[in-house]
Design a protein around this ligand. Structure first.
Ligand code: FAD
Length: 263
């Protein structure tokens, strides 16, 4: 299996760097091919702007969606973006690894998504009509590939529990898991989250590393998050609202997009 890890930490000699080493060593030991996009080491340009579209005319406003769509169709996106897109197409499994910063991914990784996820590649894919809103949420270019998040957080697990003050971790990660991974078609695995990491030492590191090794061993067999697919009868067209009666009484928020059983 081919595994791409997109690594978003400014310091290679960090806890995240150590966890990356654990993951790469285990995946390699399992016989997988691994590529790492170390975004800070690559000096990844995180802001999408006019420079992303070299063939765009100088005059006139920049419309990112159109420029992205035209640039992708003409194979005219920048070499750094094209290289990342090729890695995504190469990968069977993609892992986004990052420290939780302000309850979200670091800006450099969000900028990777903004630039690499071009129109025609990650969105704007498939038929768009009164009857169909494209191939997304379970379908798309990444269909058949797996993806997961590898996250470290300073907060305690309790802080991220159902009644924890930070809100549930599954809710915080929903926009990434559902909006960034499931949207272009990935099958999304439950995230690996290491909590309370700022006072980590060797004794605390050992069990975390072991849990991570186990997750790397089971990438191909782990049961995915059972998100409902868009085009398989659960949503009304064109409002894209979940049909009434599909969720247990009282269910609300992100959890309504989980199917009781996967298709
Ligand atoms: P490091 O700082 O590199 O290391 C953490 C600890 O692990 C250190 O004690 C280090 O000595 C030890 N360590 C490192 N490597 C090893 C090893 N190989 N073996 C044993 N011990 C080791 N947290 C939240 O919960 N929610 C937030 O919203 C949030 N926002 C943040 C925003 C910012 C801007 C910042 C800077 C931090 C934020 N944090 C938040 C905390 C953040 O998530 C953690 O600091 C981060 O996840 C720690 O990962 P690291 O790789 O940077 O750890």
């Amino acid at each position: 299996m081919n595994v791409l890890i997109v690594f978003a930490h400014p310091e290679r000699h960090s806890l995240n760097g150590a966890l990356l080493d654990v993951a790469v060593a285990e995946l390699t030991a399992q016989g997988h091919e691994v590529k790492v996009s170390d975004l800070y080491a690559m000096h990844w340009k995180s802001a999408i702007d006019r420079d992303d579209f070299p063939t765009l005319a100088d005059d006139g406003p920049l419309k990112v969606w159109k420029a992205s769509n035209d640039g992708f169709a003409a194979d005219a996106l920048t070499p750094d973006v094209k290289a990342e897109q090729e890695k995504l197409l190469w990968a069977d499994t993609v892992i986004l690894q990052f420290p939780l910063w302000w309850f979200a991914m670091p800006a450099i990784l969000k900028g990777w998504v903004d630039r690499v996820y071009a129109s025609g590649f990650a969105y704007g894919v498939g038929e768009h009509s009164d009857q169909r809103w494209g191939d997304r949420y379970g379908e798309g270019v990444m269909a058949g590939k797996r993806a997961m998040l590898m996250v470290t957080a300073g907060g305690w697990p309790e802080h991220y529990s159902d009644r924890g003050i930070n809100g549930p971790m599954d809710d915080l990660l929903f926009p990434i898991n559902h909006g960034i991974l499931f949207y272009p078609g990935f099958t999304v695995l439950p995230p690996f989250v290491a909590y309370r990491v700022d006072r980590m030492d060797e004794a605390k590191f050992a069990p975390v590393a072991e849990q991570l090794r186990e997750r790397m061993k089971t990438l191909e067999t782990t049961t995915p998050i059972p998100y409902r697919k868009q085009n398989f009868g659960d949503y009304q067209i064109p409002t894209m609202e979940l049909l009434p009666g599909l969720t247990p009484p009282g269910a609300r928020g992100f959890e309504v997009h989980l199917a009781p059983e996967r298709d």
